[in-house]
Design a protein. Structure first.
Length: 412
């Protein structure tokens, strides 16, 4: 279709007004760089949304964004499987914002996530990308005052982000009206569809429009997801970008140690590695707190986070770590889900996980958005079978740790 010179000139002028980010010069892996060469402007998005995307620092769509955005914009259900840190969050936020009509004063999009931290992070990205659109986004999670959420819902909310239990509570009370909600997104869907959450999810869907669109996003899709898909999601478009790319960019090593040698080994790693920021995982709440105390005694600054802490304390730790307030964070598996801190270049499994799924999510905290990362596993005699099994299940190799680790494997 031809346009007049005047129309063409006007389009060029407003495109110039958009502040495009500087190109990222860091080394990136193929799961981010192997694109079709599309641009965000190819999707005919609203000008205000494009401004938010570029100001957020996005330059070009990643592969999962190229696959998911057009399909979600078309209204079809989507099941998307892609590695942690490859842009899944923006892959559903962008089409959801595009389809939100700010002239209508009701909830149109529901975004469900398994943890409070991920809810806060997701709502923050919605607000940043939609800041020129006047989209009203609210976050609601357990552990906060229900009365405050009820008061907030008396005002206009277009996009509701939260954890399933709290959202269902608000919907059952008739406070959150989801009857006109046309899009439901489930991020970290494998966790959301675990036995504890699945009945809640089914009740929530009953509150939404009968012909609502559903998007499921995760790095792993266990059997529970297939069961839910067959029951609730009609003719989904399936995206799988995990083949050969699951752990690309993350170099994995193990150190064979006795339990009593672990802290000494950790101290050695701290002194020899060039750590921007690290997350150190333990298998229990008690061990998280004990290890954080030991690290502090060794003279290193560190925070710790786990599910039994008060929500206000967890929020403070998360934001302080994200803002660079300390170099090291000791965590339980609470922190494995979707938390995106790009400066984390080293993950250490102080305690080796029991399942391949947990291992995948843990080490996916490093090497965010296609950058390089390092995963080091402290392995005891009792862990040896788990190590072998996880290697087999993920089709990967965890190598013995060398005396010196090449910094180019995990540093810019």
């Amino acid at each position: 279709m031809q346009t007049s010179n005047g129309d063409h000139g006007e389009e060029e002028n407003w495109k110039k007004e958009l502040v495009k980010p500087k190109a990222d010069t860091r080394v990136q892996t193929e799961d981010v760089t192997m694109t079709k060469g599309q641009d965000f402007s190819d999707y005919f998005l609203k000008r205000e949304l494009l401004m938010g995307i570029y100001e957020k620092g996005f330059e070009k769509p990643s592969p999962v964004q190229e696959e998911a955005i057009p399909i979600l914009l078309s209204g079809r259900n989507v099941l998307a499987r892609a590695k942690n840190g490859t842009g899944k969050t923006a892959a559903f936020i962008i089409p959801c914002l595009e389809k939100t009509d700010v002239t209508k004063q009701h909830i149109q999009v529901l975004m469900l996530v398994p943890t409070r931290e991920l809810a806060l992070q997701t709502s923050s990205i919605v607000k940043e990308m939609g800041k020129h659109m006047n989209v009203q986004c609210m976050v609601s999670t357990g552990g906060t005052t229900l009365k405050d959420d009820i008061m907030r819902l008396y005002n206009v909310v277009h996009v509701l982000v939260g954890t399933p239990g709290r959202i269902l509570d608000l919907a059952d009370k008739g406070v959150a009206d989801l009857s006109k909600c046309h899009t439901v997104i489930m991020d970290e869907a494998d966790k959301l569809l675990s036995p504890e959450f699945q009945p809640i999810l089914e009740r929530l869907l009953a509150h939404c429009m009968p012909n609502r669109q559903i998007g499921l996003f995760s790095a792993t899709f266990p059997v529970a997801v297939k069961t839910f898909k067959d029951k609730h999601i009609e003719n989904p478009y399936e995206i799988n970008l995990m083949d050969e790319l699951t752990l690309r960019g993350i170099t994995q090593y193990y150190a064979f140690v006795e339990e009593r040698q672990k802290v000494h080994c950790l101290n050695t790693l701290f002194s020899k590695l060039e750590i921007n920021q690290s997350i150190i995982f333990c298998n229990s709440v008690n061990r998280v707190e004990l290890l954080a105390k030991k690290i502090t005694e060794l003279g290193y600054s560190c925070f710790y986070i786990h599910a039994k802490m008060q929500q206000s304390h967890r929020n403070r730790v998360f934001h302080e770590f994200r803002n660079g307030g300390t170099r090291h964070l000791v965590s339980s598996d609470l922190f494995t889900r979707g938390i995106d801190i790009q400066s984390v270049n080293v993950v250490i499994n102080f305690d080796f996980p029991k399942t391949a799924e947990t291992y995948l999510h843990r080490i996916g905290r490093s090497g965010r958005f296609g950058h390089l990362g390092l995963a080091i596993n402290l392995i005891t005699y009792d862990d040896r079978f788990n190590l072998f099994r996880i290697e087999q299940e993920l089709g990967t190799e965890i190598k013995p740790i060398p005396r010196d680790i090449d910094r180019s494997l995990y540093c810019v």
